[in-house]
Ligand binder design. Structure first.
Ligand SMILES: CC(C)(COP(=O)(O)OP(=O)(O)OC[C@H]1O[C@@H](n2cnc3c(N)ncnc32)[C@H](O)[C@@H]1OP(=O)(O)O)[C@@H](O)C(=O)NCCC(=O)NCCS
Length: 433
């Protein structure tokens, strides 16, 4: 494909996302390591672009590594309890100084006119303020956390009003108490609290250290996040974020994204391409299963066609599909059918056939097959049917792992016998639910 065609394809692919994100609220947390890195300038252009596409932005910064280096430079000890910094009175002025320096750096970059860049001539209107009320973390396990705090309240109404006027709201990881004290807040937690208070559409974390292991999977449900948290090998950086993502999703933030900043344009790839670039936490994807309608037939056929061609699934005509469509469930992602299953009941013989189970190759091994089977089983139970059977040539083990047992002497229901092709040599498996 020529570059021009690539460009056209890319633009067409991005168009639905441009439309979908307009007027939506995104809370983006950027670590100070990223702000002081070579990649930051590209990120600033991308943030300017998001602002000009009509996305409402709250930008927060972290300050962890800057605080470390300020304290070290001033020969102060770095003390932590449960992985949380203890900010004592001696450290506080340096902590505030470090945070203000990061904020100034972020502010100055976001204030550039962006000459000689794709966003040349564009200007961002930035606003900050005392939107975060903090309170002391208190004494934990006998350790006084002193000026390390937690969020008490977010003035979300004031933030929403500023966003509605196309301002970008900038927040540092500081909170002020009603008695005039200053608290050092964990930026990840603050971002999560702000996203929850605003009921943001997206909460985005851009920071290093997110590329390892399982957690670099492209989509996670909150259940998978909990599994990762229970795994002692999950790194602390990821743990911090998972601990924010779960309550955010439970409080109706639609999606949480973790983006490793090393790839130029990673944020844009994550937001404007179907498969994204980073890791996304959402339960919407998993709730994306629904009963199929006649309009889904085209999508189901394109999903199963390669499997029919390779003999894994039995060939179904469009007409047959139209007759059976009421028995199908599908999983849709961004307008594409990525999974399907049929549960075809035989109310005479009180059995149901599980058929046409397929998950798109790009989305396998994420539990979708299991989810589809559970839905099909629920459908059978709704019709009062507790006995299931399936015919399979290649996936008998998958079904066995899901509670089916092989049964060579099972008498297929009369209706099924009429269309059954013994030459396929399918195995018959049964399950009682
Ligand atoms: C079978 C299928 C639906 C499973 O979908 P899925 O979303 O990947 O399923 P899950 O995520 O719930 O389960 C994945 C597990 O099943 C295993 N698995 C997948 N296909 C398997 C098979 N044919 N035999 C044994 N195990 C299989 C995977 O290796 C994975 O196990 P692991 O993660 O421990 O390694 C999918 O592989 C598929 O569409 N296959 C082609 C069509 C097909 O065979 N349909 C069934 C005939 S009706």
């Amino acid at each position: 494909m020529s570059n021009t065609q690539d460009y056209v394809q890319w633009f067409r692919g991005a168009a639905p996302y441009i439309k979908a994100h307009r007027k939506k609220t995104f809370v983006i947390m950027i670590s100070d390591e990223v702000i002081y890195s070579d990649q930051f300038i590209g990120l600033v252009h991308d943030i300017a672009l998001l602002n000009h596409l009509g996305i409402k932005l709250v930008i927060l910064h972290g300050s962890r590594s800057s605080i470390d280096s300020h304290l070290q430079k001033n020969r102060l000890e770095l003390s932590f309890h449960n992985n949380i910094r203890i900010t004592d009175s001696a450290a506080l002025p340096f902590v505030v100084q470090a945070i203000n320096e990061v904020k100034t750096c972020l502010e100055s970059h976001l204030s550039m006119g962006l000459p000689n860049t794709p966003m040349s001539g564009s200007e961002i209107s930035l606003v900050g303020g005392n939107f975060v009320t903090g309170m002391p973390l208190g004494v934990i396990d006998g350790v006084d956390m002193q000026h390390s705090g937690k969020v008490r309240a977010i003035k979300h109404q004031a933030i929403s009003e500023l966003l509605a006027l196309n301002n970008v709201v900038l927040l540092s990881n500081l909170g002020y108490s009603r008695t005039g004290e200053v608290f050092n807040l964990p930026a990840e937690e603050l971002a999560g609290e702000v996203a929850r208070a605003l009921k943001a559409d997206k909460l985005v974390y851009i920071q290093r250290g997110l590329e390892q292991g399982e957690a670099s999977a492209s989509t996670l449900s909150t259940r998978q996040c909990e599994t990762l948290l229970a795994d002692p090998d999950t790194p602390d950086e990821m743990r911090n974020l998972l601990n924010q993502a779960i309550p955010a999703i439970q409080a109706q933030v639609k999606r949480v994204h973790f983006i490793d900043p090393r790839v130029d344009g990673g944020l844009l790839l994550e937001l404007f391409t179907r498969d994204g670039y980073g890791t996304m936490v959402t339960n919407l994807f998993y709730e994306g299963s629904r009963a199929a309608s006649i309009d889904d037939i085209g999508g189901i056929l394109s999903l199963i066609e390669p499997l029919e061609t390779s003999g894994i699934l039995v060939v179904r005509s469009r007409e047959q599909m139209e007759l059976d469509i009421a028995h199908f469930q599908v999983i849709e992602k961004d307008g594409m059918i990525i999974g399907c299953i049929a549960c075809i009941p035989d109310e005479e013989e009180m059995v149901a056939e599980i058929a046409c189970l397929a998950v798109h190759a790009d989305y396998q091994r994420a539990g979708l097959g299991n989810q589809l089977l559970q839905i099909a089983e629920d459908r059978a139970l709704e019709s009062g049917i507790r006995k299931l059977y399936t015919l399979t040539t290649r996936s008998s083990h998958w079904f066995i792992e899901h509670g089916f047992i092989e049964s060579a002497d099972f008498n297929l229901p009369a209706v099924k016998r009429a269309s059954y092709n013994p030459q396929r040599g399918s195995k018959i498996l049964l399950k009682t639910i």
